[in-house]
Design a protein around this ligand. Structure first.
Ligand SMILES: [Zn+2]
Length: 416
């Protein structure tokens, strides 16, 4: 099972938007661009909401059936480790093996020895086609890499082997992620990570490094776009080189986590993908939840009331909401609108403040980030919230499809 060139991580908190999301991919297909959907949901999300991996599977199957989707589709066990994989194993065919927590753990002398033996073949200067500078690899580079990453790589190999033992080797896609780490990985580190994965016989198809700059939840990229693009391009060159050099799968590609809403990166990324004729995987699941709240706000009546309630609760319990997301949001408390003001807003004003249209003078990224992490409030409302999703399905669905297609797919995959 090999993943296609372009894939989009979708999925949503309450499993009601599968059809609306898939419609966005059908729009792309109508334009001649094939993108496959990957419904992803992590253990953290499931436990905050009280959903189960089988729910994501049912949502995806239903959407595919309803719209007569004929291409592949995947269900991603997002950010699993050896302790959490079992809940997902039956229902998923895409596994994001997250080993970021193991970076920096001290490996055994033996494993360092066997890795450095192989890696030392690359000591000296390596020229990688497409990268202007040479990689200068010394014994020291290899040793410190091994000490930092070997335990993580071995863990990925252990989980991969476990997956193969349960599911067989050709029934799932393997992603390895190291994005939830403090430090971005350099292209040199990516090179050796890929060597390590190939030595561990991990048939990796997508790899999610931590990129330079900030990938906050639900808002645009924060950082130097040129630096990001240089690193992204270097990473692609490393992957192309590693595919041949380490006999990795030919479709291996980069995966961008927290990839939704990074509007300033999409067109430059599109250019690079076109230049090298390579694919990408972009995870965007979180952005759909915000479109639900936007749709509710626009719906008027009970819908607007629910949207305002979600803001009120998130505002009053901001520290609690922030806790699982401290490193991926930047909220300036002073820039959050007053509760009383919001109470008096029209649904349209609420929607404009939340919707990610930077040219709209009402748009407020602090408001948006707070609602992004406030989905627990909706989970606590139980049926009251999900009934509203059903009642206002049309207006919500329109927002969900439009957001994915117009603001994400068009610039990234179509270059428009
Ligand atoms: Zn991630």
């Amino acid at each position: 099972m090999l993943i296609e060139k372009y894939s989009l991580g979708i999925g949503d908190r309450y499993e009601h938007q599968g059809t609306a999301q898939l419609k966005a991919l059908i729009c792309a297909k109508d334009k001649g661009v094939s993108i496959v959907p990957v419904w992803n949901k992590s253990k953290r999300e499931h436990s905050l909401i009280g959903s189960k991996p089988i729910d994501a599977r049912i949502e995806a199957d239903n959407a595919v059936k309803e719209l007569g989707w004929k291409s592949s589709y995947y269900i991603d066990a997002d950010h699993i480790g050896i302790k959490t994989v079992d809940d997902f194993i039956q229902h998923c065919n895409f596994f994001t093996i997250d080993v970021a927590d193991f970076i920096g753990e001290y490996p055994s002398l033996e494993s360092v020895k066997s890795f450095t033996k192989k890696a030392s073949e690359y000591q000296g200067k390596i020229e990688i086609p497409g990268i202007k500078r040479c990689f200068e690899i010394t014994e020291n580079t290899i040793n410190s890499f091994a000490k930092k990453y070997l335990v993580a790589i071995n863990e990925a190999s252990r989980i991969y082997k476990y997956l193969v033992s349960v599911k067989g080797s050709d029934s799932f896609i393997t992603e390895v992620s190291v994005d939830e780490n403090e430090q971005p990985q350099s292209p040199e580190e990516l090179f050796f990570i890929l060597l390590g994965l190939s030595l561990g016989n991990v048939k990796v198809q997508t790899i999610a490094p931590k990129f330079t700059g900030r990938f906050n939840k639900g808002i645009d990229y924060v950082g130097n776009v040129n630096d990001f693009i240089r690193e992204f391009e270097d990473d692609i060159c490393v992957i192309n080189y590693a595919i041949k050099e380490f006999s990795l799968l030919p479709n291996l590609k980069l995966s961008i986590h927290s990839g939704s809403d990074k509007f300033s990166l999409y067109k430059p990324i599109h250019k690079i993908l076109t230049k090298y004729n390579v694919g990408v995987h972009l995870k965007t699941a979180g952005t759909t939840w915000l479109e639900e709240v936007i749709g509710l706000a626009e719906a008027g009546g009970e819908g607007t009331k629910i949207a305002k309630y979600i803001y009120e609760q998130s505002f009053n319990r901001i520290d609690e909401m922030m806790k699982p997301y401290l490193t991926v949001v930047d909220i300036d408390y002073d820039k959050l609108p007053d509760l009383l003001d919001v109470y008096n807003w029209s649904g349209e004003k609420f929607a404009n403040t939340l919707r990610h249209v930077q040219s709209n003078p009402d748009y407020n990224p602090h408001f948006r980030q707070l609602i992004h992490i406030g989905f627990k409030v909706a989970a606590e409302m139980e049926e009251k919230y999900t009934d509203a999703l059903v009642k206002y399905a049309d207006i919500i669905g329109k927002n969900v499809t439009e957001n994915l297609y117009e603001r994400h797919i068009k610039p990234l995959f179509l270059g428009e």
